[in-house]
Ligand binder design. Structure first.
Ligand code: URA
Length: 238
């Protein structure tokens, strides 16, 4: 059970103080009855709340799929840079979502945001083997030997041995190659460091898949949308 003014305030219906006034004016009904107490204990999952004649749509969690642009950091707040949360509409930001894992400032593409801590935990843990697929442009030609090394697990600059990664060459890009790389971990700068360990540089990186979800090509960079119920179930493995 929770205080009604707290629930409504969290859903963006005003501050606790404003809600006190709204309740006083008799504009809030719970299960058909006008209420007078802004501290009334309610069950937001079960009780039917009407404010100003409009039914309140309650939900605890929000799940967003963003096409992250360049120049924006995957954080909830930052002293210097714009964050992915700064790109959200107020009605979504009110749920206090945070990014699931991180993309570098210069990496673009699929980024999920949620306030569902349990799902976040599961999706970022390598234990659950969630595939993340990146499209990358590499400064030099990628070889069969690189593919083999990635498959075995390359060793990063700090001595960490990566889990096997799947590297597929798509074609040429200038003097180098275009590839798809699939990994299940999310170490700091992982893809870039994996290529560095075979003497190459990532010059462009875009995440195109996260677990069962593909990037939404209808979203411009910087745009986002809510996941559908079907997509949420897919992510949760239901
Ligand atoms: N690997 C990287 O190097 N950078 C990213 O943003 C994601 C994966």
């Amino acid at each position: 059970m929770e205080r009604i003014d707290k629930v409504l305030s969290n859903l963006g219906y005003g501050s606790r103080k404003e809600l006190k006034g709204i309740v006083k004016k008799g504009l809030v009904k719970v299960n058909g009855e006008v209420i007078k107490d802004n501290g009334l204990q309610i069950d937001p999952e079960k009780d039917k709340i009407i404010i100003n004649g409009e039914e309140v749509y309650y939900r605890k969690h929000i799940y967003l799929l963003m096409n992250k642009p360049e120049g924006v950091v995957s954080a909830t707040c930052d002293k210097y840079d714009t964050t992915v949360v700064d790109l959200l509409e107020a009605e979504d930001a009110i749920f206090e979502p945070f990014p699931i894992g991180r993309l570098d400032k210069d990496t673009v593409g699929l980024l999920l945001l949620t306030n569902d801590g349990e799902l976040n935990h599961r999706l970022i843990s390598p234990k659950w083997h969630v595939d993340k697929v990146y499209y990358a442009r590499i400064d030099k030609v990628v070889t069969e030997s690189d593919i083999k090394q990635f498959k075995k697990g390359v060793v990063l600059d700090d001595g960490y041995k990566c889990m096997p990664g799947k590297l597929e060459i798509i074609g040429d890009y200038k003097e180098g190659s275009e590839v798809h790389i699939t990994i299940q971990e999310g170490k700091f700068h992982q893809v870039k460091r994996m290529f560095e360990s075979v003497g190459k540089k990532v010059i462009y990186l875009r995440r195109v898949k996260f677990g069962p979800l593909d990037i939404d090509e209808n979203l411009e960079e910087g745009q986002y949308r809510e996941l559908t119920d079907e997509e949420i179930n897919l992510l949760k493995g239901n």
